[in-house]
Design a protein around this ligand. Structure first.
Ligand SMILES: [Mg+2]
Length: 172
């Protein structure tokens, strides 16, 4: 199902290197709004530490944001010392492909199945990841506060997450 993640984390810094290794993930495409920063543009300290550690261990990271605010995305990218793309038009493939190319510039051996896309929204991050056969990881949005367009999608997202979790439980 296009709308389902493969894994869910409460926050991005809960994604461990061990988890990535177990699932053969060598690279991450990271969403910005409500994944790396809250609506006030704050990056949690633990996220900065997490990113440094994961990079040190050889995980290639790239930012892909749907935001059209270049300055904001650039600020996050600079803080985390990551390449970035903004105005990414997720779930369309174009932006993802740019990020994938950037990752492959770093390491040619990495293919789509070794890349996880991490984000807080099913209709952009998760559907996009599934369309490109990336490993989709859903995280809980940092802040409950959302811009109006996102707010409209949240109830359906919550419903889908509940359904997915019920399915996971059954499978075990
Ligand atoms: Mg987001």
């Amino acid at each position: 199902m296009l709308v389902y993640p493969k894994q869910y984390f409460e926050k991005i810094s809960d994604i461990t290197y061990e988890f990535l290794k177990e699932n053969h993930i060598q690279a991450l495409i990271l969403d910005v709004d409500n994944t790396l920063i809250d609506l006030d543009k704050n990056i949690p300290k633990e996220t900065i530490q997490w990113c440094q550690e994961i990079k040190k261990k050889g995980i290639v990271c790239c930012i892909l944001s749907n935001s059209n605010k270049k300055q904001k995305v650039e600020m996050v990218a600079k803080t985390l010392e990551l390449p970035f793309f903004y105005f990414g038009a997720k779930p369309l493939k174009k932006g993802f492909n740019k990020a994938i190319q950037e990752i492959q510039r770093e390491n040619k051996q990495i293919t789509n199945k070794n890349i996880a896309a991490v984000g807080d929204q099913i209709f952009t991050d998760i559907i996009g990841a599934n369309r490109l056969h990336l490993y989709p990881i859903l995280v809980r949005p940092i802040a409950e506060k959302d811009i109006w367009i996102t707010r409209l999608k949240r109830p359906l997202e919550k419903y889908l997450i509940r359904k997915w979790r019920a399915k996971q439980k059954k499978g075990k």
